[in-house]
Ligand binder design. Structure first.
Ligand SMILES: Cc1cc2nc3c(=O)[nH]c(=O)nc-3n(C[C@H](O)[C@H](O)[C@H](O)COP(=O)(O)O)c2cc1C
Length: 422
């Protein structure tokens, strides 16, 4: 009955009429500021890069512009690629705990790593065959790292010489990544060349006792340098610019290795020394005057042993998932490692970083510095040196914004309170 009364009441009232919205003829002065025609960018690379707002966008651009075997070599990982997937998932699943009402009008991204400065809390990891991804290769990467003031680590498997990269990096930290060869005389010579050319740190990679099985490379029949087969000729028609650049610049070969040719896995197994132990870390400590970093640490006990053997820092890494599949994500290991090594030990991390927020999470959880590999290679493949610059810009903006939204103004103020690791 009450309902009937309410309904009767409601229906008996006539609603007031809706006020009229006045209409007018649009005036040019009102329209002008709304017109969204931007000046058409004639330079295609510039146009594409400016539209890329994330590292994933650069990755998609890279995939379009690069022959499949070279793209897959970069993008792929070992076996079922679970290590890489899990590293990326763990970064994505991190929960930030923000503080608000802090003055974050200025943010200082600069930091110190291995005794030298870096304008940002990240640098470029060593990657082999960089000229295979895009003809500008290490020259573009070193040039952009130098311009930005971030460290760059040249790989033993690099396709540009130690000397040339040294000339390109006068204003920033230059590091050299070392694989120890079966032939120790050659290894020692390389270490001496790195020292003579002002490389401040040696990154000894220890996760490559044998080659990981990168299934995409096997399926694609990837060889270094790429072979000219009927498949390659077909590919040329799809990526003419890439092939033209490859064939009209210096032959694609390793700058520091005497051996070349065949598959990557074949070369690793032929050349790298599987007998390597912590005694060799001590041996290197004895012959290398600069900072020594052990790259590829995947357990707390190995981290402690590396420091005991004379390393200045450990780099938590599973080679971007390219070696042991189903390896633990380095981010998972990080808090345990910090706890075990104490506040003064230098800990770096890499693997799966696709966003500046990932870098912020790693620093907050105890890393002193992060390295990115694929992120800059995607940029390189997407647009040469300008693509590498775009990678730096995207990551820088993301790190800055994440820190501001977390209420943190300095890299040193990031701490574990800011992150919940699932
Ligand atoms: C194409 C490619 C080549 C690489 N070559 C080397 C190398 O020559 N030496 C080395 O120590 N690590 C090498 N790495 C591993 C990187 O240094 C780094 O650990 C890894 O890329 C980090 O993961 P992310 O690519 O997800 O950032 C390579 C990685 C990629 C993607």
């Amino acid at each position: 009955m009450v309902r009937d009364m309410v309904e009767a009441n409601v229906s008996s009232q006539t609603p007031p009429p809706m006020p009229k919205i006045p209409r007018q003829i649009p005036k040019w002065e009102d329209l002008k500021p709304l017109l969204g025609f931007r000046k058409f960018q004639l330079d295609g690379t510039e146009r594409r890069l400016s539209r890329a707002v994330s590292i994933e966008d650069l990755r998609l651009l890279a995939r379009r512009r690069t022959p499949r075997s070279a793209f897959d070599y970069t993008d792929g990982a070992a076996d079922h690629e679970a290590s890489l997937r899990r590293s990326r998932e763990l970064f994505n699943n991190v929960e930030f705990r923000a503080n608000v009402l802090r003055d974050i009008s200025t943010v200082d991204l600069s930091t110190t790593i291995l005794g030298g400065p870096s304008t940002r809390p990240f640098g470029f990891a060593p990657t082999g065959f960089t000229r295979m991804m895009q003809y500008q290769g290490e020259v573009a990467v070193a040039h952009e790292a130098n311009t930005a003031g971030i460290p760059y680590a040249l790989s033993t498997m690099g396709t540009t010489s130690l000397e040339d990269v040294a000339k390109l990096t006068p204003d920033t930290q230059r590091w050299f990544q070392l694989y120890v060869w079966k032939e120790r005389v050659g290894t020692k010579e390389l270490v001496e060349r790195a020292s003579a050319n002002g490389y401040g740190a040696l990154l000894l990679t220890v996760d490559t006792a044998v080659a990981g099985q990168r299934q995409r490379d096997v399926r694609n029949g990837l060889t270094i340098p790429p072979q000219l087969t009927p498949k390659t000729f077909f590919d040329m028609s799809l990526h003419p610019a890439w092939w033209a650049n490859l064939l009209t610049t210096a032959p694609l070969e390793f700058a520091s290795l005497r051996q070349s040719g065949g598959t990557v896995a074949g070369m690793i197994n032929r050349m790298f020394d599987p007998t390597l132990t912590f005694d060799d870390v001590e041996w290197l400590r004895g012959i290398w005057p600069g900072k020594l970093v052990v790259k590829g640490i995947q357990s707390v006990e190995d981290g402690k042993q590396a420091i005991a053997a004379g390393a200045d820092a450990v780099l938590l890494s599973n080679h971007g998932g390219r070696q042991l599949d189903r390896g633990r994500p380095p981010l998972r290991l990080l808090p345990e490692m910090r706890e075990a090594l104490g506040p003064d030990a230098q800990i770096m991390i890499d693997g799966g970083i696709m966003n500046g927020g990932d870098i912020v999470a790693a620093i907050a959880l105890g890393a002193d510095f992060a390295l990115v590999g694929r992120a800059y290679l995607y940029g390189l493949m997407a647009g040469g040196y300008r693509g590498v610059r775009r990678t730096i810009d995207i990551l820088t903006a993301e790190v800055t914004r994440t820190m501001q939204l977390l209420g943190v103004g300095k890299v040193a103020d990031l701490d574990p309170r800011h992150v919940v690791l699932p």
